[in-house]
Design a protein. Structure first.
Length: 127
């Protein structure tokens, strides 16, 4: 366990917890904290963080450049991961759309046959 402090007081967090006291308070106080954030928003935030780190890297003395270079490298790694996740979720969304379209088509055909049958027409359905 580790003790973290902020302006509201102190909290103990487990050693496995990778976030700080502010995130812990958000998890405890906001019921939406269990919902996932849109990948496009995460991607955009990483781009801003990377741009800020590159800007600061150019403004600071050589001794501090390493810190900002590490932030840029971490952002690059996470940006690559969000790209992979976005393409996976886009493919899943595309598959869902295709399934929904096929289901809509099937329903439309079923409705057509039922309508024809109710109107006394010949119904010849090939499967």
């Amino acid at each position: 366990m580790r003790l973290e402090k902020d302006t509201l007081g102190e909290k103990y967090l487990t050693d496995e917890t990778v976030y700080g006291i502010n995130t812990q308070r958000a998890v405890e106080n906001f019921p939406l904290s269990h919902k996932k954030v849109n990948l496009h928003l995460i991607h955009a935030m990483l781009l801003v963080k990377k741009a800020a780190a590159k800007t600061y890297e150019n403004l600071v003395e050589d001794i501090e450049k390493e810190k900002y270079q590490a932030i840029v490298a971490a952002c690059d790694e996470l940006l690559l991961k969000t790209e992979e996740d976005k393409s996976f979720s886009q493919q899943a969304e595309h598959n869902r759309d295709n399934q929904n379209q096929a289901e809509d088509n099937r329903r439309g055909i079923d409705t057509l046959f039922v309508t024809q049958a109710l109107q006394g027409g010949q119904v010849h359905r090939q499967i």
